[in-house]
Design a protein around this ligand. Structure first.
Ligand code: ATP
Ligand code: MG
Length: 265
């Protein structure tokens, strides 16, 4: 069985973070493991409290998993602060973790800051160069590339700049654009591919980014090449969005197990 590790924050609401990642891993037939970077008290409406985990405890979780079970692919999500980024990057290098998907999480859908401002520089210098695939949304692409990203040409330029920082494949996600289709832009340092999907009209988009990055890591672990992994991850995500249950009063979760639903009885 392929083994996939998520290094991310816990979402008590179950829709994003570690919980979304482990559900995704389970649905895609890989063995899921976790290193928790922060505990968030969160629901579909808001993040009410955050407890960041000590960097040595984050590193110890990664060490424990790598030294015994092994890791075929990993993803990072919320990393909270600079010392955690340093600890994670050192652990990724120490264990030569392959197929690292970096989701450069900065702000939650409900607007809470999930990465301290002073940590962005470190993200750029130590973690981006370790990324096999990096998956910024439009605001994150703008911060990482240091340019405005408001149209397709700017998204391409941002992808070029993020690739130049050392990420081997870049996906600039288009969820935040206003277009009728959602278009994610894939760049491998040579060619661009536009990954188009219908925009699902729903308020249940909690954890789309986490789910997409986790599914990408799962498909990399299964042995798919990067572009294929991203295409399949997007298919999984779109289906999970379409099947989303109506839960909570805010931005609700997806249905990660849409493919397994059976009517009761
Ligand atoms: N309404 C939608 N319909 C279909 N696909 C969507 C929709 N919203 C987002 N996506 C897809 O979900 C993935 C995540 O994109 P998005 O830009 O929302 O990331 P994000 O902002 O990092 O998400 P999160 O807030 O969960 O961190 C992308 O593949 C994007 O195309
Ligand atoms: Mg995100």
């Amino acid at each position: 069985m392929k083994r996939v590790l998520t290094i991310a924050g816990s979402d008590s609401g179950g829709g994003a973070g570690i919980q979304a990642d482990l559900k995704t891993f389970g649905a895609l037939g890989v063995f899921g493991m976790s290193a928790i970077t922060a505990v968030t008290a969160q629901n579909t409406v808001a993040v009410t409290r955050i407890q960041e985990i000590a960097p040595d405890i984050v590193a110890a979780q990664i060490d424990a998993v790598c030294e015994d079970i092994g890791v075929d692919a990993a993803k990072t999500g919320m990393l909270a602060n600079a010392p955690i980024i340093e600890a994670v990057a050192a652990a990724v290098r120490r264990h030569r973790i392959p197929n690292l998907v970096v989701d450069p999480v900065m702000v939650s859908k409900s607007g809470a800051a999930l990465l301290q401002k002073d940590a962005v520089r470190l993200l750029l210098t130590v973690l981006v160069p370790l990324a096999h695939i990096i998956t910024p949304n439009l605001p994150e692409a703008s911060v990482l590339a240091g340019i405005a990203v408001t149209n397709e040409e700017e998204a391409r330029e941002a992808a070029r700049r993020i690739h130049a920082l050392g990420a081997r494949h870049v996906v600039v996600k288009g969820g935040h654009a206003a277009s009728p289709n959602v278009v994610d832009l894939f760049y491998d340092g040579r060619d661009f591919q536009e990954l188009k999907a219908e925009r699902v009209v729903t308020t249940a988009t909690h954890g789309t980014g986490c789910t997409f990055a986790a599914a990408t890591a799962a498909y990399l672990a299964h042995g798919l090449p990067p572009l294929e992994a991203v295409i399949r991850a997007k298919e999984f995500l779109t289906a999970a969005l379409k099947a989303a249950p109506i839960l909570g009063r805010g931005t609700g979760p997806l249905d990660h197990f849409h493919a397994f639903r059976r009517p009761a009885g």
